[in-house]
Design a protein around this ligand. Structure first.
Ligand code: SF4
Length: 210
């Protein structure tokens, strides 16, 4: 099965999932969307109201800001990246997801990461960063204390670079934080450029392909 088909199968399971109590209050589960071969994966915390209505990730005001950063700072389109959340159904009233909900739902995310095998994971917000960085035993109190750092996490067959930044919704509520988000996206752009230049074919690759 190719990556697209595997991701579709995971999305189908998520849409029908009733493993934790969040299915009772959701309108739509939000599996995630984007390029199955994305070099970069954005992982938020959980869907909000607009996402629950549309069944798509990051479609409200925070999503518009995320899309703007992807286009203007990374020079990519939304369709070039993959966007999802740790928890796939909206917690009522936009409360934080519980530890149990994260534990029960996160195997879907792990399967998505293992399928896409991105070069870079960007954690949007503390819940996402807590979950992803727990794989290498990193603990932190504030997301501000771990931004502008690059972590490496082994996921199935490769080491993935991980950057944590603030959730775009936080940048909307606290305008000074928007500068943090922009600075973090500039770091992500640098990482992307490094990954791309590593993969540029050399003259030797050209002859090896022949
Ligand atoms: S949040 Fe995750 S585990 Fe809970 S019902 Fe939705 S998809 Fe299933």
């Amino acid at each position: 099965m190719n990556k697209e088909k595997i991701l579709e199968a995971i999305s189908k399971e998520i849409r029908a999932c009733r493993k934790c109590g969040l299915w009772k209050t959701r309108r739509n589960a939000v599996p995630g969307e984007g390029n199955p071969n994305a070099k970069i994966m954005f992982i938020g915390e959980a869907p909000g109201r607009n996402e629950d209505i549309q069944g798509r990730p990051f479609v409200g005001a925070a999503g518009q800001l995320l899309t703007k950063m992807i286009v203007e700072i990374l020079g990519l389109q939304r369709r070039d990246v993959y966007i999802t959340n740790v928890v796939k159904c909206r917690p009522p009233g936009n409360r934080d997801p519980t530890e149990d909900e994260i534990r029960i739902c996160s195997p879907y995310l792990i399967r998505q990461i293992e399928t896409i095998e991105p070069d870079i994971i960007v954690c949007l917000g503390r819940h996402s960063a807590r979950f992803i960085l727990s794989h290498i035993g990193i603990r932190f109190k504030s997301i501000l204390s771990i931004r502008q750092r690059i972590f490496q996490i082994p996921f199935s067959r490769k080491k993935i670079k991980v950057v944590a930044t603030i959730h775009p919704a936080a940048a909307l509520y606290k305008p000074p934080w928007r500068g943090f988000l922009e600075a973090d996206f500039k770091l992500i752009r640098k990482l992307l450029e490094e990954e791309t230049s590593k993969k540029k074919p050399t003259t030797l690759d050209f002859f090896l392909q022949k």
